[in-house]
Design a protein around this ligand. Sequence first.
Ligand SMILES: Cc1ncc(COP(=O)(O)O)c(C=O)c1O
Length: 359
Amino acid sequence: MTGKTQTIPIQYFFPGPAYVRPEILAQMARPQIPHRSKEFCAIHLDICQILTDLFSQRGTWLVVTASSTYMMEACFHNTTPTRILALVNGAFAERWARIAHFFCNDVVELRAALGEVFSPAAISKILQEKKFSHILITHSETSTGALNPLAQLCQTIRQKSDALICVDAVSSLGGVAIDFTSIDFLFAGVQKAMALPPGITLTYLSDRYLEMAQAVPAKSFYFDLAMTLQKAKDGYTQTTPSAPHFFALQKQLHDMKEEGLANRLKRHLAMLQQTEAWVAGQELGYFTKHPAPTVSCLEFAKSQELVQDLRNQGFTIGGGYGELGARTFRIAHMGDVGVSDLNFLLDKMSQIIDDKYKF
Ligand SMILES: Cc1ncc(COP(=O)(O)O)c(C=O)c1O
């Protein structure tokens, strides 16, 4: 795990903001520096370089002091949407579709039941019927714990369409493998598998997206990604950034490089398998048949009580999201928690369930 120094088990498994190591929090307590100083620009440029090295090997990364929803909007401000296909299978995908309607009067919402994901065949079918300028995919739907088969969907789309492929990777970047080959726009707030405090969103733009953004007349100052990038080339930001987040992000990326992305992804898969094995021994089930390596959403009739029982014992897990609130709970096994931390939680949960919920 990323340079972990903590020896007592972590007891925080909330699906965002996820657990943050003390070493990272300490970075945020460093004294302020002016954001137009050489020191800040060097940090910013270093971050963008590591993001490319670690994740995409291509394209351009932007680091913006904003939450992920900012990028759901910015995606459209900088291009000309004529017909948008939104793949909707949960609350966050729903949010992006809702935003799309502000920017385009031809939004097609392809829906799947909560917990379900989209098949390449379903995408193929709709692409035969209609042409789209943008296709929106939520990689890991944090509200249900379902992981869309992103690589297969992208491959199918690219064979049949030149639509911009736009991806919400909020609860996958840093915890799930992502093939950037066909992706045009991808964003991820850092408070999930990147294991940082919320407040920064990382965004990948393909060269194609960027060319479009540069050609489209600016419709906004705050959301103008072409201008943001122009400044970022020299390490500057368009508006005053949260420098403490940049300090923390730089350290985290260096630590992730040291851990190795492949090892990090393996650790996430191991934690998913560990949770699946535990669930198999309980009278519990996954809400989805397509669980993400970062978050497990489990069905349990007394989920709210269980979350509180754990809270009373010093553990934090997530309740169900939105309409799933009363019948599911979520365990975030992402970011900088590890197998032994998760064991500690799962043992405690077995104990509580045996004592209180088994008759
Ligand atoms: C998949 C997904 N997309 C988007 C968001 C929205 O992020 P924010 O609240 O940081 O704007 C979240 C937040 O949990 C999320 O999990």
